[in-house]
Design a protein around this ligand. Structure first.
Ligand code: TRP
Length: 454
């Protein structure tokens, strides 16, 4: 009896961790993190990122999971249930918008990953650093191709949500995650043995403290941490609503955060050593094309590189798909719950809206066109979208969630929910202080500092 029950419990916690990690691990880890490190000046960004993960995001992860498990509803419904007849449901609404907004640019990058499966397999990307950079430039300058690839990603995501094949997602994630980790480890070891690797490791690991208080670096690190952990828009809250009352929220949160953060750090151990082995490499100059410029060179140094390259981009695409599914599910679930739409209608209409918003992001990476240099702003449309949603919307969503759980719902209620499975909440004092004071203060300071110094 006891052993059956234990196996059952463990099986279902593993299921939860797989689904939540499937949402968290994606382009944010392998594309976003190295790109941001490159723009944020290397190791100092890594340090700030880790501090944001530990002191801001981990407590908020617990808060989202606790709220979801208590309310057993979607984000808008959860805020309404806990505080009816107030305006708090708007925080849930912000999450619905953020889900669609993030998906609009995310699908474009996932589309690039799809194309690179083919390019890597056929060995199309060859030559020196300039040639590989030019290849990426020419590829993304083909706007209609990027639009078509984004459509392919969105249509695949929509098909999965229409079928409601949740168990399929779990199975895919279960195979994908170990394969991805194994491949990343092999690539990191190879990268470490390349000439120039030491310079890359120094860049990645030795902080230049003069940028420690740079407001744009602080803001980018905070935004990246929220984005990578799928926090601040109710996605984890939704997953929490599926978490059984017999399981430990804290263990689940620690697992997801540890897995997601190790994958991001591992990606850095691949990109920087191999990047610096390329002559004239400048990590800050590559922008969103960083991994697409560095990785093909790394694959070329491996025996069977075409196979490795194709396998890598297949796994990256799968990791992206388990994330797009969770991004699309938040707005879809909202329209089903709040407006009684059928699942079919919700999926079709939301996907169409997201696709329309994805078009300017897909067109903005060519050398020409208004979307590549927005008048008065000077950045391309995709970068603008990523900045609005990741750097501002998610941290603000997280801030409001922390204030809500810490001051409106109150921490003792949350602690009671955490302890439901029968064991005490190990660091409840610390968590209370973090969620009530540290998270709201740190996020506000970083956001305000970033806005005034724009
Ligand atoms: N975390 C995912 C990544 O790193 C992206 C993602 C999926 C996400 N769902 C989310 C980001 C919800 C914010 C909110 O690729």
């Amino acid at each position: 009896m006891a052993s059956t029950a234990q196996r059952g419990t463990w099986g279902s916690k593993a299921g939860f961790i797989l689904a939540a990690s499937g949402s968290a691990v994606g382009l944010g880890n392998i594309w976003g993190f190295p790109t941001q490190v490159g723009q944020g000046g290397g190791a100092v960004f890594v340090l700030i990122y880790l501090a944001c993960v530990l002191f801001i995001c981990l407590p908020i992860m617990v808060a989202e999971l606790v709220m979801g498990r208590r309310a057993q509803l979607d984000p808008v419904g959860s805020f309404t249930l806990i505080r009816p007849a107030s305006s708090w449901w708007l925080v849930g609404m912000l999450g619905v918008l953020a889900g669609a907004g993030i998906l609009s640019f995310y699908s474009v990058i996932a589309g690039w990953s799809v194309a690179y499966i083919w390019y890597a397999a056929t060995g199309a990307v060859t030559g020196d650093a300039d040639a590989i950079g030019a290849f990426f430039g020419n590829f993304t300058a083909n706007g209609p191709l990027s639009v078509g690839l984004a459509l392919l990603v969105l249509a695949t995501t929509a098909t999965v949500l229409l079928g409601g094949v949740q168990s399929g997602i779990e199975r895919v994630t279960k195979l994908m995650m170990p394969a991805l980790i194994a491949l990343l480890l092999i690539l990191a070891i190879r990268a470490a043995t390349l000439p120039g690797a030491a310079e890359g490791l120094t860049y990645y690991l030795r902080p230049d403290f003069s940028r420690l208080l740079d407001p744009s670096v602080l803001n980018a690190a905070l935004g990246q941490a929220f984005f990578s952990l799928s926090l601040g828009m109710g996605a984890m809250l939704t997953y929490g609503s599926y978490l059984s009352k017999h399981e430990s929220i804290i263990t689940a949160a620690l697992w997801v955060v540890a897995l997601d953060t190790s994958m991001a750090l591992l990606a850095g151990f691949i990109i920087f050593p191999s990047g610096f082995s390329i002559e004239g490499f400048d990590p800050s100059a590559s922008g969103p094309g960083l991994i697409f410029a560095v990785l093909p060179r790394l694959f070329a140094t491996l025996p069977g590189g075409q196979l490795f390259g194709a396998a890598f981009f297949i796994l990256l695409t799968m990791a992206a798909l388990t994330s797009t599914i969770s991004l699309l599910e938040v707005p879809v679930a909202h329209f089903i719950d709040a407006h009684q739409w059928t699942r079919r209608k919700a999926v079709l209409l939301v996907t169409t809206g997201v696709f329309l918003l994805a078009i300017p992001s897909a067109l903005g990476n060519g050398a020409v066109g208004v979307f590549s240099r927005l008048p008065g702003i000077g950045v391309d449309f995709l970068t603008l979208m990523a900045t609005i949603w990741n750097n501002f919307a998610l941290p603000v969503g997280g801030l409001l969630t922390a204030v809500f759980v810490g001051w409106v719902w109150r921490v003792d209620q949350a602690i009671e929910e955490v302890e439901l499975h029968g064991a005490p909440f190990p660091a409840r004092r610390l968590w209370s202080v973090l969620i009530r004071y540290v998270c709201p203060a740190a996020i506000s300071v970083i956001i305000v500092y970033a806005v005034v110094s724009l």
